[in-house]
Design a binder for this molecule. Structure first.
Ligand code: ADP
Ligand code: MG
Length: 398
């Protein structure tokens, strides 16, 4: 692996893109921040010559670390690997396009096509759950990108709603190849623990628990697709527990369910695809190519059957939302008493949903802009922080 990087560095020295940071600023005007990562800031920028807008990921190699440290080298190497992967994967409509690159020893500037609608994660926060139809559109694009990535022997390793961006037409763009691994002929398996806890495949965890364990590979991305698809339809992730160890155990055992009310109106076909994606044994897990052939993407077979159910769900969700608004100032996760529920069984479904909604708020998904912010500040900061570290912070241990 190291050898491959070395040769890439040498090769890259010859490339014309090797320019100083000043050249980036000569060519582009940097604007507001669009997002942040562990060692990067992403800003809107305008290409001066054309007036076109892009997103620039500025990677600060020496940020908080000693310039001569291993960490600084790791950040630099990871960025170079990301560039290499992006070049290898150029040309697919659902993979982010790298428009320009500037490399200096301390800063790297990756200029990307702009995704105005931001992260799928934010979109999901706004709408809470997606219809089967929208889920189909997104999953088809996502799996199409994954098939393309895998065909080129790359494993993304960090697929999650924050790394899936959307353009004006709600086209999906897979981004953040910072953890991507290129499989070579000698190295068809990976062993390092990296990714984001809630999306980690069981075999990644297993590869790190036992001495003699088979390395992992492409199927980890399909597992992550399963976590994403589940989250899109339910509004909460399949594996989540306050205690990270418990969550990781559930992942390794493939312990998740379709028991909550969110799933009552979801058809068997999408559930079947989720089951095939969230299959613990990576050899049994469905591939991207096979997933694209799944009945879920053969629209006609089941669409109309669920339209009525979908409408029902939508109405109940709206009701729940209205009730939630009224109860906003309450911090307890179960705002309605048991007696009340027993007296009025008609409401049970709605109540169960509310409990879920309350739990959902714990995930930090329920934070919206404006008026809800105060409430959020009241009780959510700690939970949000916890969730961030548990579900959405990346980990990498070599
Ligand atoms: P990191 O590797 O540090 O996580 P990402 O590449 O994931 O960095 O970018 C961090 C965040 O910046 C993304 O989650 C997203 O919110 C925003 N972002 C990145 N690229 C773009 C883009 N092309 N258009 C709009 N927003 C972007
Ligand atoms: Mg990211």
């Amino acid at each position: 692996m190291m050898g491959m990087l070395d040769s890439f560095h040498e090769e890259h020295d010859e490339l014309p893109e090797r320019q100083q940071a000043a050249e980036f600023y000569a060519k582009y005007q940097a604007k507001e921040i669009l997002g942040r990562g562990a060692s990067s800031v992403v800003r809107l920028c305008v290409e001066k010559d054309t007036g076109r807008e892009y997103a620039v990921k500025v990677i600060d190699v020496n940020g908080d670390v000693n310039p001569d440290s291993q960490e600084a080298r790791d950040i630099y190497d990871a960025a170079m690997k990301e560039i290499q992967a992006l070049r290898l994967l150029a040309g697919h409509p659902n993979i982010i396009e790298l428009h320009d690159v500037f490399i200096s020893p301390a800063f790297l500037f990756l200029v990307f096509e702009l995704c105005r609608k931001g992260e799928l994660f934010d979109y999901l926060n706004r709408v809470v759950t997606l219809s089967e139809k929208k889920t189909r559109i997104i999953m088809q694009q996502l799996l199409g990108a994954v098939r393309f990535i895998h065909d080129r022997n790359v494993v993304h390793r960090d697929l999650k709603p924050e790394n899936i961006l959307m353009d004006d037409e709600l086209n999906v763009k897979v981004t953040d190849f910072g953890f991507a691994a290129m499989l070579t002929d000698e190295q068809q398996g990976l062993t390092d623990l990296c990714g984001t806890p809630g999306y980690l495949a069981p075999e990644v965890l297993r590869a790190n628990m036992y001495e003699k364990q088979a390395p992992y590979g492409k199927p980890v991305d399909l597992w992550a697709c399963g976590v994403i698809m589940y989250t899109l339809l339910a509004g909460y992730p399949p594996f989540w527990h306050r205690k990270q160890m418990v969550m990781l155990r559930h992942i390794m055992e493939g312990q998740y369910s379709f028991a909550s009310p969110e799933w009552a109106d979801v058809g068997d076909v999408p559930k079947d695809l989720i089951r095939r994606l969230l299959t613990v044994d990576p050899h049994q897990r469905i591939t991207a190519a096979a997933a694209l052939q799944h009945d879920f993407f053969q629209i006609k077979t089941h669409l109309d059957v669920h339209v009525a159910a979908r409408l029902r769900l939508k109405r109940s969700l709206l009701l729940v939302r209205a009730v939630t608004r009224l109860r906003r100032l309450r911090i307890t996760p179960q705002p309605i008493s048991r007696v009340q529920v027993q007296r009025d069984p008609y409401k049970i479904r709605v109540v169960r949903k509310m409990v879920d909604v309350a739990a959902f708020r714990m995930y930090g998904h329920w934070v919206h802009k404006g008026e809800e912010q105060n409430r959020a500040d009241l009780f959510q900061n700690s939970l949000k922080l916890e969730m961030k570290t548990l579900m959405h912070s990346q980990i990498k241990v070599n």
